[in-house]
Design a protein around this ligand. Structure first.
Ligand SMILES: Cc1cc2nc3c(=O)[nH]c(=O)nc-3n(C[C@H](O)[C@H](O)[C@H](O)COP(=O)(O)OP(=O)(O)OC[C@H]3O[C@@H](n4cnc5c(N)ncnc54)[C@H](O)[C@@H]3O)c2cc1C
Length: 439
């Protein structure tokens, strides 16, 4: 039977339980002058800070909450070396020939870039490059996934295929018959990674100001002026360059940026540490798993034998986030050995979806940069984006970057998508379930 206990009986986010100690960072205490001011202390902002500080720039990062407060400290921690565009032709259409080749290269190499970074800075975040299994929920999905994977392999993706008993052994699930394996994929403890990055950036000389939201941004002469700070007081910040790294938490700081993305809300659940009889067959090789449904599920096994499972949730009309009940029903079918009462944690966070499903790099005014829109695949790509934002701030030619510099444009039909999201999700869920049952 599915556990229908109200959400309040489960604890909140799981990652703080196994994460390394909280990162440093203090609230802003006075006015500040710097070379580069970064808004947002997630993967994007902190990767940019690390690169800039290493180049000798005076860098300050401003975060409304604590380090990792946004998606970076809440994510599924799956390191997936692929943009969420189905086929190469979709990427080509979105960015054109020149950027297609560069973006294909950096996105397919993004997992290697992440694991190299973790090794170089010795970040303690349970990093494991054991592979990512994308299981097929129907025969049609299998055909489509294989055709697309073969096309991506022409650009160096290195995808492999697994079938039958092998896929059932690797997943520990009785319901999947085939999968695509990305051997370069893997997992990290996301809160540990973001905290580790913060430490690396601080060691390189960056200053991190937590509980210090930025509430105003304007151009003054050749420089940028910001107002930042929370309960400890509001202060003036002057900077030559500003980088906005706010992704799904983007507010009205820069006119139009919030309207250029659609914020969506994945939800996740995690178990207590499970005994052998309960976890036995589930993901024995430590690969991460996701599937091909329109509303995907994704999961992973932790070193202490917990399972973390996630999918897309929805904002309830008046307050709160829904979707956990569906996850509980789904996981009971996918991993039937796990008892419903073993799910102890539930939480959510915000991602940023773009109209073309490709991350956006903006430079709306001289010295002002923004990078966002990872469409739920941001653990590895946000680190690439942070590095590239920093390189541009350090003077790299715009034409040499792997991302095209695009204008900040409102997402077409955003209002309809925003308000039509819940009924659309219901419809997609019905279609997914019908295909899943009919296999
Ligand atoms: C539940 C969930 C599961 C996910 N699972 C995966 C996964 O398994 N694999 C994967 O690849 N991707 C996953 N993602 C997506 C991935 O986590 C994000 O793409 C990535 O973390 C984005 O990083 P970021 O630094 O750009 O943004 P964030 O980490 O969201 O950071 C933005 C920060 O900006 C701050 N901010 C906003 N406005 C201001 C302001 N005015 N002043 C100061 N600070 C401000 C926010 O407080 C926030 O901390 C998941 C996301 C969620 C929410």
């Amino acid at each position: 039977m599915t556990d229908t206990r109200p959400s309040s009986k489960r604890e909140g986010p799981f990652w703080p339980v196994t994460a390394v100690e909280r990162a440093a960072g203090t609230p802003l205490q006075g006015d500040l002058d710097c070379d580069a001011a970064i808004v947002g202390a997630g993967f994007t902002g902190l990767r940019a800070a690390l690169r800039l500080a290493e180049a000798g720039a005076k860098v300050a990062v401003f975060e409304a909450g604590e380090v990792g407060h946004g998606a970076s400290g809440r994510s599924g921690g799956q390191v997936n070396p692929m943009l969420p565009v189905p086929r190469p032709e979709n990427l080509l259409k979105a960015v054109g020939r020149t950027y297609f080749e560069r973006l294909a290269e950096v996105s397919l190499g993004s997992a290697d870039e992440l694991f190299d970074l973790v090794r170089r800075y010795q970040i303690d975040c349970q990093a494991r490059q054991n592979g990512w299994l994308r299981v097929d929920h129907s025969r049609g999905a299998r055909e489509r996934a294989r055709a697309a994977a073969l096309e991506w392999n022409r650009f160096g993706a290195g995808f492999e295929f697994v079938d039958g008993d092998q896929v059932r052994r690797m997943t520990g699930s009785p319901v999947f018959d085939s999968a695509t394996l990305a051997p370069r994929g893997g997992a990290v403890q996301p809160l540990s990674l973001v905290r580790g990055l913060a430490r690396a950036a601080e060691s390189a000389g960056a200053r991190i100001y937590v509980r210090s939201p930025v509430t105003e941004l304007r151009r003054v002469g050749e420089r940028w002026a910001m107002t930042a700070g929370g309960t400890a007081g509001r202060h003036r910040v002057a900077a030559e360059k500003v980088i906005l790294a706010t992704n799904g938490y983007t507010d009205g700081l820069l006119a139009g940026l919030k309207q250029s993305i659609l914020p969506l809300t994945p939800v996740q659940i995690a178990t207590r540490p499970l005994g052998e009889e309960e976890i036995g067959p589930v993901l024995p090789g430590g690969q991460t798993i996701s599937d091909t449904r329109r509303l995907i599920m994704y999961g992973r096994r932790e070193p202490d034998n917990r399972i973390v499972y996630g999918g897309l949730g929805f904002r309830r009309l008046f307050a709160g986030v829904g979707g956990v009940e569906w996850l509980l029903k789904d996981v009971a079918r996918v991993f039937p050995s796990i008892r419903p009462e073993s799910w102890r944690f539930e939480w959510d966070g915000q991602i940023a979806v773009t109209a073309d499903r490709v991350p956006h790099f903006h430079e709306p005014a001289p010295g002002l940069l923004a990078g966002l829109g990872y469409n739920g695949r941001g653990v590895a790509m946000s680190l690439v984006m942070g590095r590239v934002l920093a390189e541009r701030a350090l003077g790299a030619e715009a034409a040499s970057l792997p991302f095209p510099v695009s204008p900040v444009r409102a997402m077409p039909f955003r209002g309809i998508q925003f308000f039509g999201h819940n009924p659309a999700m219901r419809l997609m869920r019905l279609m997914d379930s019908a295909e899943f049952r009919a296999r």
